[in-house]
Ligand binder design. Structure first.
Ligand code: AMP
Length: 115
């Protein structure tokens, strides 16, 4: 099932795109949780981490190399940042096209909200 992120890849809806190559696309989150909040997605539709297969390893690796490039370009490489990939309901996943969040630009606090 296609999601809103496929429409961003196809340029059917607007997004603030910061990076694109053959395997991935990166754009600013529409509801930023930190001064820098960017999503990196594989161009191929993969719903969740559970659906990743060995054939996706190039794209999955690219998420990390592009995250490092973007962190540097956004000026947060040295100060630090957090990469998050949510999976399914307990992970808080809302859009079922696998994506990596890059969050930074402020002290992010504890990794998980206290219950
Ligand atoms: P997740 O909870 O990991 O599935 O995160 C989905 C993220 O996508 C949320 O942080 C949303 O704010 C973000 N989002 C949803 N729609 C858009 C959109 N059209 N453009 C940019 N970010 C979006």
């Amino acid at each position: 099932m296609s999601t809103i992120f496929s429409k961003i890849i196809a340029r059917e809806i607007p997004a603030d795109i910061v990076y694109e190559d053959d395997l991935v696309l990166a754009f600013r989150d529409i509801a930023p949780q930190a001064p820098v909040h960017i999503l990196i997605i594989p161009k191929q539709e993969i719903a969740t981490v559970n659906d990743v297969s060995s054939g996706d390893e190039a794209a999955m690796g690219r998420l990390f190399t592009v995250a490092a490039k973007i962190a540097s370009a956004e000026g947060i490489a040295k100060s630090g940042y957090r990469l998050i990939v949510n999976c399914n309901e307990d992970g808080g996943q809302e859009v079922f096209h696998l994506h990596m969040h890059i969050l930074g630009g402020r002290r992010l606090g504890p990794m998980l909200a206290k219950r």
